[in-house]
Write a protein that binds this ligand. Structure first.
Ligand code: GLA
Length: 393
């Protein structure tokens, strides 16, 4: 949903800053949201299923073309700027420009006719909290450049381009979920995406008195991207071991527990544990969407707890802070389900919480979290919103 055009809205903030720095015609304003994922974690790069949704926290980006080949970027929240050129696309020591430059590089490699441009952006997606601010920035950039230079890319083409930017320029071998959710999100609906065929179905999320609460651990482990890439390789090893006997298997999507028993467990127990989680998680997601169709959020929430257990013990991408937060709500009758969300090693937990209990929950956990984990806790209520779009004037 477009924010109001009051002077304090994020879109008018980026617009005004843009005009102050780059006087001239009004820029194009794009809103690109972060995402939550209800269930189906680490399944996307294994050709499985995910169940994400775009949220009400977003990047707002103002963009206009320039008559030369220069690229001028301003990250308002960081109070930083970058000046470069289309003719020399190299990663920046500041890191944040890479999310935009990676998109530019992919467009150039695909032969799209680009010119120089100016961008000013800001946002309210908490950084490093696992709500995919980076995917939102990539999607905002792809969307804006597509529009500015009339490239004629459809939404899926922009999604895959934004993912490639992250894989090839930023260097994280992420799957497609975050960019897909940011672009394809729809208000009050979750997306069940088949990451093999890229077919997707929207499911209305009838939350009736339930809120999606994100509890931010404020942990940003530097391990996240290296361990992420390691998990990816371990899953590929599992598939390779199975393919020696079952050549028809293309990914963990096609793998059964029997195959793991026969061909992976005897050879590599760690790889077996990783693969077992993925096979179970895909099955759990399919059962969980049945819960959603029946409106049974209690059964759905139970599966979120199971997912957390698997991510923590089998896939080993949790951390003490995430485990602590899930343990804190496990026996709370106001919490239907909870688990760590996203890549792991920090970020936030996603919780389904009875609306009337949200404030009390955060109030109860913050002091114990501070005492035990020596960190502050932030709670966010996420609303499900539309995906990337132009903000009208
Ligand atoms: C990160 C990645 C996604 C996905 C999740 C784990 O958010 O960017 O592609 O793999 O982790 O489900």
């Amino acid at each position: 949903m477009a924010p109001s055009s009051s002077t304090s809205s994020p879109s008018s903030l980026v617009k005004n800053e843009f005009l102050a720095r780059f006087p001239g015609a009004a820029p194009l304003i794009v809103r690109s949201p972060g995402r939550v994922n209800l269930i189906g974690e680490h399944t996307d790069y294994n050709h499985g299923f995910v169940l994400p949704a775009a949220i009400d926290k977003a990047i707002y980006l103002a963009a206009a073309s320039r008559p030369d080949n220069e690229i001028h970027l301003v990250a308002l929240d960081l109070r930083k700027s970058y000046n470069g050129s289309l003719d020399k696309l190299v990663s920046s020591p500041m890191h944040w420009p890479d999310y935009l430059l990676g998109v530019v590089q992919q467009l150039v490699l695909e032969g799209h006719p680009l010119g120089g441009f100016n961008i000013v952006f800001a946002g309210d997606i908490p950084l490093g909290a696992g709500m995919s601010s980076s995917a939102a920035l990539e999607c905002a950039t792809a969307f804006a450049l597509n529009q500015l230079f009339d490239l004629g890319l459809d939404t899926l083409a922009m999604v895959t381009l934004a993912q490639k930017a992250e894989n090839r320029f930023v260097g994280v071998q992420c799957g497609i979920m975050d960019q897909f959710a940011s672009m394809f999100g729809r208000r009050d609906q979750v997306i069940r995406l088949d990451c093999d065929s890229l077919q997707y179905t929207y499911f209305p999320l009838q939350l009736d008195g339930i809120r999606i609460v994100l509890l931010d651990t404020h942990v940003h482990h530097s391990l996240a991207s290296s361990e992420y890439n390691t998990r990816r390789r371990q899953c590929e090893t599992g598939v390779r071991l199975i393919r020696e006997n079952c050549p028809e298997v293309a990914s963990l999507r096609d793998v059964t527990l029997d195959m793991l028993d026969s061909y992976v467990a005897p050879v590599d127990q760690l790889v077996d544990r990783r693969c077992r989680f993925i096979v179970g998680e895909n099955a759990r997601l399919l059962a969980a969407t049945e819960d959603l169709k029946r409106g049974d959020l209690t059964a759905f929430g139970q599966k979120m707890f199971e997912t957390h257990q698997g991510l923590s013990r089998e896939y080993e991408v949790s951390c003490p802070e995430l485990d602590f937060l899930v343990d804190q709500v496990r026996d709370d009758p106001a919490v239907l389900g909870a688990r760590m969300m996203g890549g792991g090693f920090g970020g936030c937990t996603i919780n389904l919480v009875k609306a009337e209990a949200v404030d009390a929950l955060a109030g109860r956990i913050a002091p114990v979290y501070r005492k035990e984990m020596k960190r502050e806790l932030t709670a966010y209520v996420a609303r499900i919103e539309d995906g990337t779009s132009v903000v009208p004037d």
